[in-house]
Design a protein around this ligand. Sequence first.
Ligand code: CP
Length: 315
Amino acid sequence: MPWDKKDLLGLEYLTAEEIVTILDTARAFSEISTRTIKKVPALRGKTVVNLFYEPSTRTRASFELAEMRLSADIINFNVSVSSVSKGETLLDTVRNLCAYKVDVIVIRHAMSGAPMYLARKVDCSVVNAGDGTHEHPTQALLDIYTLREKLGELRGRHVVIVGDVAHSRVARSNIWGLTKLGARVTLVGPPTLIPREIEQLGVQVTSDLDEALRDADAVNMLRIQREREKQVLFPSLREYAKLFGLGQERLKRHSRSLIVMHPGPINRGVELSGSVADGPNSVILEQVTNGLAVRMAVLFLVTGGTTLHPEHLTS
Ligand code: CP
């Protein structure tokens, strides 16, 4: 099992083999959540700090749950009532936490590159839970895990990513991961939301969603991130929904087996209609479930776990 990294910073920095190692480890851990006693000793004696400088529901909850299920000790650092409000820098905050000999810092930060910066400065492992518009590696890993559960090998499969690619760390991590595993990726959105020269990452770009969906195996509908837009980049949400949203009518025009994904939180009626989000093609809640196993795998690997022994998985 090839894994010798201290940190998980982004899928750009992993090989296809390392990505598959995380996914295979996640599959082994996924069974734990189906047990009556959902706890194993794989991280016993390790301490993890959850350091979220931006809001989160799914990522934060699943990291916390993953740490608890692996028997780690946890500090949930509350930025708003910490000395950050007195002007303490990110590096000083993290160095002080590391002085307690913690093993892992899970960080979400609005500044792209914050986890890389910290990983070079501290000895403990750093796990990127989303940095600015750069990467959200565990989200892409859970997306890819979900696709592999549904489709098997991803080589040659066609995945369409729709929407606000310009502001999306989820899109960037998915592009790195999917292309490394041999999938074909098409980006769809208004030109104002698709970065120039993104084709250099080995993806196709179009603004015609129906054309892109013609032979797609899966579609990942990105959230419109109004909080990151510095200017109005499309005329109205109504027009966006008409051109780039997925409702029943559009879904019916395409393959009955099209897999519909969304990283959450959903703007219902914008990216997806409620009936598609909750309908039979949607795997959105399976993505959430799979995120727990993926985050268990990441925590296990960055803390030095290279081989899963039966005792790691015994309650
Ligand atoms: N997908 C995702 O990162 O969701 P949260 O912001 O709720 O963690």
